[in-house]
Design a protein around this ligand. Structure first.
Ligand code: NAI
Ligand code: MG
Length: 342
């Protein structure tokens, strides 16, 4: 049986993951779910972000369903790195997919109607770039302090993410970088991208600097199908695209390795400490992440059904307050589940 390791983690994560599981069950998913205690309480008690006994279990799972990590009581950087970045790096989940699809017109902040047919995919490099934690601080705490954060880019890493983007695009791949200012890494991205584009003559290609891409995403997001970019720019632009479709509560993501088939699926949002614990958090981002998980596991009919049920719930106003509704977190899970059973 398909084994799903469940890591709800902290705050909002703990509230949204059970709703995603509820919806998977309603959709008929016959998976074995096993939950593991990876969270701030555990970390504060033991000092281990992921307990040594849990790690091998995560390697045995077919996929990981993840909530969010973060807690005001802990040093975010070390904890986040020890949980989420460790999983991304050590499982080599080099593809981060962050789709943005508008399910209902009223959720778009854009004034012009013709700019609202948003259905784009950010393909973010997930294992390199500025997030690898290389660098250091010299003369720390003095007025002469030097801080260096290395931007790591490898030919293999750049090639495989660009190849992946061409593999999923039907129409066009837009490559986003800052090669006019970050010239060494930028040159590697440019060379790899051009060489790979030549192998895909049926897919159009376009290049944008990241600042221009941010501007174009707000001006007219309908022009984009697939955007491929590095770790940092993908992180930043995907918060922007989340806001174009209704906000952080609705945006899903997948972290995958297409060769090993391993995957970790999580909403884009964090632990939302400002609203967590009061049944206000929107579970749709987590539910749509679960739908990306079943699609990755080969059940595309089930994924289509979940997305259809989400769309129907949103259009009927069966949603949390961030989307203009008045339902609680678990009532939204129920509203989506009911549509799958009917
Ligand atoms: P956040 O995503 O938790 O919250 C940003 C804003 O979006 C807040 O106003 C929040 O109320 C709202 N929001 C987030 N999720 C929502 C949901 N499901 N429904 C409705 N509204 C929602 O980001 P923030 O505040 O920057 O970080 C909070 C904590 O989460 C920090 O500890 C941070 O390190 C961690 N974090 C973890 C991530 C992860 O596990 N992948 C990603 C981002 C942040
Ligand atoms: Mg982010």
């Amino acid at each position: 049986m398909t084994k799903i390791a469940v890591l709800p983690c902290d705050g909002a994560g703990k509230e949204v993951v059970p709703e995603a599981i509820k919806v998977l069950r309603a959709a008929g998913a016959n998976f074995e779910f096993e939950e593991f205690e990876v969270n701030a309480d555990q970390y504060l008690r033991t000092g281990e972000p992921i307990p040594a006994a849990v790690w091998p279990q995560l390697l045995l799972a077919d996929s990981i369903l993840f909530g969010a990590v973060g807690d005001p009581r802990v040093n975010d950087a070390a904890y986040l790195a020890g949980v989420l970045l460790r999983l991304r790096f050590e499982l080599d989940l080099y593809v981060n997919l962050r789709p943005a699809r508008l399910y209902d017109d009223r959720l778009s902040p854009l004034r012009r109607e013709d700019r609202r047919k948003i259905d784009l995919l950010i393909v973010r490099e997930n294992t390199e770039g500025l997030y690898v934690g290389m660098g250091g601080r010299f003369k720390r705490g003095t007025d002469q302090e030097v801080a260096i954060q290395e931007d790591l880019n490898t030919a293999l890493g750049v090639s495989r993410i660009v190849e992946y983007a061409f593999g999923v695009a039907h129409r066009e791949v837009v490559m986003v970088d800052k090669s006019n200012a970050m010239t060494y890494a930028g040159a590697l991205w440019q060379e790899r991208w051009k060489a790979i584009a030549e192998k895909h003559p049926n897919i159009k290609t376009r290049h944008l600097y990241v600042d221009a891409a941010a501007m174009q995403l707000v001006r007219d997001p309908t022009q984009f199908e697939v955007i491929v970019t590095g770790n940092l720019f993908g992180d930043v632009l995907s918060d922007l695209t989340a806001e174009l479709i209704g906000g952080m509560g609705i945006a899903p993501s997948a972290n995958i390795n297409p060769e090993s088939k391993r995957g970790l699926f999580e909403p884009v949002h964090g632990t939302a400490p400002d609203i967590a614990g009061r049944a206000l958090v929107n579970p749709i981002g987590a539910i749509l992440s679960a739908s990306m998980m079943v699609r990755h596991l080969g059940h595309s009919d089930m994924a289509d059904a979940i997305e259809g049920a989400v769309k129907s719930a949103i259009r009927a106003g069966d949603c949390t307050r961030d989307l203009g509704g008045s339902l609680s977190t678990h009532e939204v899970g129920d509203a989506v589940s009911k549509r799958l059973r009917d």
